[in-house]
Structures are given as structure tokens and as C-alpha cells.
Design a protein around this ligand. Sequence first.
Ligand SMILES: [Zn+2]
Length: 169
Amino acid sequence: MKLTLDSFCLKSGKLCKTCQKKMDSGEISEIDIEFGNLLIEAGKLNKFLADITLNRIIQTDKSYYLLMGKGDVEKMKRALPSMKLQIKAITNLPLYYLEKSKNKTKVLEDLFDPIAPLSHSVVMIPPEGDKELKIQFKRSDKENLKIDAEEASLITKTLFSMGSHFSFN
Ligand SMILES: [Zn+2]
């Protein structure tokens, strides 16, 4: 199991230089320690969790997004029923599981599931010419999106190094 901190730091709660750096930069936070320990415990009951990777936990105002390795979202979902109470003890915010990928189409489909974006494209934003991802939806889907533009932008920034905005047709 590969987590956002090494297992020694997770178990002891005392951070090594590398993990402390991640903490100081905001890449990880207290939730990484709590959730990491929970996953180690869950792995004892659910052996199929042994080879999963948790790349990153992204926190927004409303939710947590867990970036998992390839094929690991399914494994997490299998283990979740046995982890419900422990997760509740950590946070009441919803947790979403995403597979880390460079494939924007796949990530966006997972992110907005069950609503599929019509398309996405990289656009330049004046005046600096910063790149941003423009994500298009059907106008009729506007009310049903569970993720707002600000949240989505935070996630695309982490995954693709560019913010994003919505457009409705
Ligand atoms: Zn460490």
C-alpha cells in the first residue's frame, strides 16, 4: 500500500523531513494521517487493499477527493462498507474517489459522474495568457451538477496544472 506519507510517519505521528515538507507546503494535512491510518487498518481485513496507491487527498470546502492509483477506485469501493464508521469518525464531508490519470476525458467523466461533459478544451485566459480548461455541459445539466466550478478548478489545477471553468450550451 502506497500512501501520501510513509508508514513510519503515519504510525508514529512524528513526521520525517520529507513528510514534514509535504505538510508545510500544504500537499498533505491532518486528514492524510487519519485516513492513512484508517487504510492501513482496513488493509488488515481487506487483503486486496495491499497494493493500492493513494496519491493525494484534495480538500475543498465541501468534500475530499482522493486520487487513487489505476484500478484502485474499485478496490476502495469494495472495502468502503467495512470502513463507514471509521470514516464518519474522521469527517462528515463526502469523500470522492478518482483514478489519477493524464487522460482528461476519463478524469472529467469520473469527476462529474453521472453527468458527462459534452467536451473540454484548453483555452488561453487574457491578459496573461494562462491556460485554463473549458468544460462544456448541456444547459439542462446545470442544475444537476454536484460539483461547482470552483471545486472542479481546484481539482484540475492539482491534476493538470491548470484551473477550469464551465460553459453551458
Ligand atoms: Zn515520513
